[in-house]
Write a protein that binds this ligand. Structure first.
Ligand SMILES: [Zn+2]
Length: 282
């Protein structure tokens, strides 16, 4: 079976000191790009969507799309809810075929985050669905967040959070931010290593678009085994459409100019897969 849980894919990667790249899809074209690269490379990836995407296209649309596009291909992939916002949405996603869900309670107090995340693990884990929590702050969504040190995930809190919630995976705040970086981010690789040494939880890096390959490799060496990519894929997609329309102002068939967009996304996917697999496989 090609559809697996995040946990299985990440555990495999961790044992090889690799990470599983997690790619956010928005529509048919980004799903096509991921499916084509899965077929070409045979390298497992996590396909994920945020709640805003599910409101855009429908909760059951994305797992159904991937199921159809992956028919006959035995490369492993997982279907993950990224930044899930409620127990109800997690349940709806699981019913629709998602194999992993995130509950992002990072905006809540520490104890509320534990309580809400535990509701999700209690529902999902018995069904074989893996759960990712979030602790600490990842930039790019908290308005006016300037207190960097306060945003880093604390080691003792991570230990307590994992023990009390039972999450398989944990997104941690180590200086990354969602979206486009304005300056050079300072990533606390030492903090990743400390949390990795103190817990057995699988660690996730959000806000990886724009980080250098060397920084990503250092994060993987320190214990990260899932890296999320969204912004760079959306940039590649839009750049591809702009390029195709500029090259042929008379084109009107979306299947023609979307092909360029798909190919632009695929180039980014291949490059991120190579980084996550590490130099020894290149
Ligand atoms: Zn994120």
């Amino acid at each position: 079976m090609a559809l697996r849980s995040n946990y299985d894919l990440m555990q495999n990667a961790l044992e090889k000191r690799q990470a599983v790249p997690a790619f956010n899809i928005d529509n048919l074209e980004s799903a096509l790009a991921v499916a084509e690269v899965l077929r070409e490379t045979g390298s497992p990836v996590i396909v994920q969507t945020i709640p805003r995407t599910l409101r855009y296209g429908g909760v059951s649309t994305y797992p159904a799309l991937m199921r159809e596009l992956m028919r006959g291909c035995d490369t492993d992939y997982a279907m993950h809810l990224d930044h899930g916002s409620s127990l109800a949405l997690a349940a709806e996603c699981i019913k629709a075929g998602f194999t992993s869900v995130m509950f992002d309670g990072s905006a809540l107090s520490f104890s509320e985050n534990i309580d809400k995340t535990r509701e999700v693990t209690a529902m999902a884990l018995p069904l074989g669905v893996s759960v990712e929590g979030e602790l600490g702050a990842i930039g790019g969504k908290e308005e006016g967040d300037t207190d960097l040190e306060a945003s880093y995930t604390k080691v003792d809190e991570a230990v307590k959070f994992v023990a009390e919630t039972g999450v398989n995976a944990l997104a941690i705040g180590v200086g990354t931010a969602h979206g486009v970086y304005k300056g050079t981010p300072h990533i606390r690789v030492d903090r990743i290593r400390e949390i990795h040494d103190a817990t057995s939880v699988q660690l996730v890096l959000h806000g990886a678009s724009g980080l250098s390959d060397d920084v990503l490799r250092a994060c993987i060496d320190a214990g990260i085994c899932k890296i999320n990519f969204a912004t760079e894929l959306r940039q590649a997609y839009t750049a591809g459409i702009r390029k195709a329309l500029a090259a042929d102002p008379d084109v009107f068939d979306p299947k023609l100019y979307m092909r360029t967009a798909i190919d632009e996304i695929k180039a980014v996917l291949r490059q991120k897969i190579a980084v996550c697999r590490g130099k020894k496989d290149e």
